[in-house]
Design a protein. Structure first.
Length: 277
């Protein structure tokens, strides 16, 4: 009897495991379908509006026209050249902004003196729109790559800075109390308590920062550049080529999604202990 009971319990356990897996698989499929539903509906409505003459093609070209333009730009290599130039600019500015935001944010979070010294400047400079920085930086650094890198640096700096401060200051007081009871050194507190607690918030800042960096590089390239995806969009607009404009915009969105998903996957892998669906 005991052997039969054990067998039945094992079979029920396997059945429950299979049901859980099936439920999770159905949930993943549903999530994928829901995530693509809105874009599909938008494209269908777009095609209907373009083919039905509801919107002038000079304003909204048909999806087929945009796709054809995107293909021709890709085949000619121009799209890849402009995208690679913009991506390199983003990476340069973003890496500098992420490092600066993390370091200065940590100093402001750990030191009340540093926070008092820099807090007012942060409050004054942070609300300034990025487009307002572009002419100032061109005056300071010229029209070359340095001004574009500086714009991207500023754009990615603020999200990382603010999220680093928030993450460190939001550390669970109970963890800090236990560490103090155990008489842990401050260096141990930083590396074993503060940093692990702040990492989820810092990663959020990085994802916001890379999004802001893309916005900044496109704006900078539209105003003061002769290459890059932003310049391509601006030049196509001046030549009244709306299909090229939309193709460039879609490329920016697609690359932005890939980078964001990459950072999210890295966050899940490195911080699996803190990640929740």
């Amino acid at each position: 009897m005991h052997g039969k009971d054990f067998t039945r319990i094992s079979e029920k356990g396997r059945e429950m495991t299979m049901n859980t897996k099936n439920t999770n698989n159905r949930k993943k499929i549903t999530d994928i379908l829901l995530s693509v539903a809105a874009p599909v509906v938008i494209v269908v409505l777009w095609a209907f509006a373009a083919s039905g003459g509801l919107v002038r093609t000079a304003i909204l070209p048909a999806p087929k026209t945009v796709a054809s333009t995107l293909w021709s730009l890709s085949e000619s290599g121009k799209l890849w050249r402009d995208m690679s130039i913009s991506i390199l600019r983003v990476l340069r500015g973003f890496v500098c902004g992420a490092i600066g935001g993390t370091l200065i944010g940590s100093c402001m979070a750990f030191s009340k003196t540093v926070n008092r010294i820099l807090g007012t400047m942060v409050s004054i400079l942070r609300p300034i729109p990025m487009l307002a920085w572009i002419p100032i930086l061109i005056l300071w650094l010229g029209i070359g790559e340095n001004s574009k890198t500086a714009v991207i640096f500023i754009g990615s700096f603020w999200p990382v800075l603010l999220n680093t401060i928030h993450g460190i200051q939001s550390t669970d007081p109970k963890l800090l109390e236990v560490a103090r009871i155990l008489e842990k050194k401050r260096s141990v507190l930083i590396w074993k308590v503060y940093l692990p607690s702040a990492l989820p918030s810092i990663f959020t800042g990085l994802r916001l920062g890379i999004s802001s960096a893309w916005t900044c590089v496109v704006g900078a390239e539209m105003i003061a550049a002769t290459s890059g995806i932003g310049y391509m969009i601006h030049y196509a607009r001046e030549l009244a080529q709306p299909a090229r404009v939309y193709a460039g915009v879609f490329c920016i969105g697609f690359v932005g999604i890939l980078i964001d998903k990459g950072l999210l996957a890295l966050q899940k892998r490195l911080l699996s202990w803190s990640y929740t669906e």
